[in-house]
Design a protein around this ligand. Sequence first.
Ligand SMILES: Cc1cc2nc3c(=O)[nH]c(=O)nc-3n(C[C@H](O)[C@H](O)[C@H](O)COP(=O)(O)OP(=O)(O)OC[C@H]3O[C@@H](n4cnc5c(N)ncnc54)[C@H](O)[C@@H]3O)c2cc1C
Length: 432
Amino acid sequence: MTASPSVLPVDVAVIGGGPAGLMAAERLQARGHAIHLFDAMPSVGRKFLLAGKGGLNLTHAEGFEAFCSRYAGRTPSLRPLLQAFGPQALRDWADGLGVGTFVGTSQRVFPTDMKAAPLLRAWLQRLRHPPAPGVPVQFHMRHRWQGWQKPGDPSSPLVFDTPHGRQRVQARATVLALGGASWARLGSDGAWQPWLQAAGIGLRPLVPSNCGFDVAGSPVHGRSEGWTPLLSERWAGQPFKSVRLRCTGVDGEVFDRQGEFVLTATGIEGSLVYAASRLLRERIAADGQAMVELDLLPHRSADWVREQVAHPRGSRSLSSHLKSRLGIDGLKLAMLSELLDKAAMNDPLRLTAAIKALPVMLRRCRPIDEAISSAGGVCFEALDDHLMVRQHPGLFVAGEMLDWEAPTGGYLLTATMASGVAAGEGAARWLA
Ligand SMILES: Cc1cc2nc3c(=O)[nH]c(=O)nc-3n(C[C@H](O)[C@H](O)[C@H](O)COP(=O)(O)OP(=O)(O)OC[C@H]3O[C@@H](n4cnc5c(N)ncnc54)[C@H](O)[C@@H]3O)c2cc1C
């Protein structure tokens, strides 16, 4: 390849060293290509390492069709990628790196030691010292991609800001694996959006997914925003255990599940809320707010609750009555007092209705930077079956920067890696 001396000519550039980029590099390496992997950060896989902090949930052991259905509207686009590299393939791949996996509670799959670091270490070791005849991946850290030399023209050199100044790179094939826009301090900041847009690549705006929400306030206390200080100062950070959360999406999809979440200073977050986050975000976008109903005693029928609430309480206070007869105290009691006025608290029928379906109005998603993942990104319609941009042959896209979302539970990493496999294989095919 001919190029001016200041442009580094490479066979393949992979930009982004998260799981998607590393997986694309691995597949290309296996086909004999020399890979140059660029990342803005001083080291790769920072979000992957963070994911390992609370136990790296690699994938999920449910049946394949149920697994695919977690990607909701993007299931048709992701199914072929997951057929090629699905949950079992991911477990086998980890095994090949010397990291065994096990199926934990609710069929989530974890590495035996729950950690990401040993897996990442073994992975990088193999990329740097591949079995013959593989060529070691060359890692270029602190190389922040800034788009193409000619804005909107992916056939022009890639431009990087580096500690040694600007670096231009001309690649025969490029895989973009830049992540979404959450936890920007770990590297993925979504800055790529205008550059791809200028190249005419179809995008949906990045929005928070698996995120917390701010509440719309309590009319009882005359608040239009947030919790009263009484609730937030005493209870922020405390979990709601064993509650049921119900909500309805804009297209009528019903979410109705039991689990746990946490009260925050301004709203709610945590696994049960994350699971409902797509429906809630879409509802807020459509209506300006979204309502969830909480069943504070999901194991008890409304009749049982009504009987207990109405049971004569003599001289006992309402709070000790609720505690002794219904087991409602602490945060659950505080929430009832936050959202019901005195008359409702003292009306057995209204109190029963609130215990079984306490309405909480949500006003907005928490900022995308706080979210576990992002939705939106490069539209599948802009890509062929190998994740190559139709308009720009030789340019591939993988990972969270694609327009899909999924709940937590291992679905994020599985689709991320499956798309890395597809883009890597696609790029190798195209180069051949
Ligand atoms: C707290 C937390 C816990 C999580 N836990 C789990 C879990 O248990 N299971 C699960 O399935 N998923 C989990 N996830 C989600 C999972 O980590 C992501 O889905 C996954 O990391 C996405 O991979 P990616 O390669 O697409 O992007 P990323 O991992 O974000 O990697 C993108 C890379 O691109 C680089 N980059 C970005 N812009 C540029 C640029 N301009 N120039 C050069 N480099 C750039 C970044 O530095 C980064 O290294 C978790 C996420 C968070 C935040």
